[in-house]
Design a protein around this ligand. Structure first.
Ligand SMILES: Nc1ncnc2c1ncn2[C@@H]1O[C@H](COP(=O)(O)OP(=O)(O)O)[C@@H](O)[C@H]1O
Ligand SMILES: Cc1ncc(COP(=O)(O)OP(=O)(O)O)c(N)n1
Length: 273
């Protein structure tokens, strides 16, 4: 007998260049053998060189996308990416409270690698106070963790302090990504779990500028694994391994911060587990 195929949801912005945002989420969730659904929040005119323009969608169509999914699909986990501004963050929070789409991964996207803002400054407090308390896991990069906690992150000890502060605002599990520590020969992320246990996930840093969409790819992989019913710790470990492979086996697309190789792990048994 045919069974329901596992479904996950990406609530995010579109990257026309295909490397980050909703496109990275779709590719990643598909590679993890989970059916990807979407709520589009904003559209960017973007490529590997930068973001030329952005347009936030009306909240009416955001609400309608949530309603359409809830009325038909059986979504087992969801994630947020680019949410644009206060109005859009509040619309997403409202819908996440209304519908049960399983464990929520919040990737608190604020600024693209090229420097373009993807979240308005006044929306940061709304993400912190209204969205993060709904999260099963949050995956900020270093600048995002600094903005959310007011901790200036200079070293690994600061990452641990920031993770504890994030847990204090209500996020159950926290993964602070160390990808922005340029100069290090390792790329180390700090994980603090709900039960208070913590660990570091470290991989040799790949010397490349082809890292567009790393955060989206990691959080989408975690979401897909949570949808399959994996524990938070297992989902995080699989996410780190998956994103590492997509960076390590890079591809040449575009002239700037190039995208990842989302199908890099296809031949690895562990990646598809
Ligand atoms: N050059 C790199 N080599 C290996 N791993 C990396 C590299 N850059 C980022 N990562 C990893 O990619 C993931 C995403 O991190 P990061 O780039 O900090 O996120 P974001 O895209 O949100 O800024 C983390 O697991 C980080 O350790
Ligand atoms: C539409 C859109 N969403 C998110 C991002 C940022 O993605 P991220 O994975 O943090 O990767 P970088 O852009 O920082 O490389 C984006 N650029 N566009």
């Amino acid at each position: 007998m045919m069974e329901q195929f596992v479904q996950a949801l990406s609530i995010a912005g579109s990257d026309s260049g295909g490397g980050a945002g909703m496109q990275a989420d779709l590719k990643t969730i598909q590679e993890r053998h989970v059916f990807a659904t979407t709520v589009l929040v904003a559209i960017t005119a973007q490529n590997t060189l930068g973001v030329n323009d952005a347009f936030a969608l009306p909240t009416k169509i955001i609400d309608e996308q949530f309603e359409a999914l809830a009325e038909d699909l059986a979504i087992k986990a969801c994630k947020t990416g680019m949410l644009a501004d206060v109005e859009r963050v509040r619309a997403v929070v409202k819908n996440l409270k209304k519908f049960d789409f399983g464990p929520l991964t919040v990737d608190p996207v604020m600024i693209a690698k090229g420097g373009a803002p993807l979240l308005s400054e006044d929306a940061i407090a709304v993400v912190k106070n209204e969205l993060l308390p709904l999260a099963t896991i949050a995956t900020p990069n270093l600048p995002e963790a600094e903005k959310l906690t007011d901790v200036s992150i200079e070293d690994e000890a600061d990452m641990e302090i920031a993770a504890k502060k994030l847990q204090a605002v209500g996020v159950k599990n926290v993964m602070i990504k160390g990808g922005h520590f340029v100069g290090d020969d390792q790329s180390s992320d700090f994980v603090l779990l709900e039960d208070g246990t913590s660990f570091w996930l470290t991989s040799p840093r790949v010397d490349t500028i082809r890292t567009h969409g790393t955060g989206d790819t990691l959080s989408a992989c975690i979401t897909a694994e949570l949808a399959k019913g994996k524990s938070v710790e297992d989902a995080i470990r699989i996410g780190k391994k998956y994103v590492d492979e997509t960076i390590r086996h890079g591809i040449i697309v575009g002239h700037g911060h190039g995208p990842l190789n989302h199908w890099a792990g296809r031949n690895s048994d562990e990646s598809n587990g």
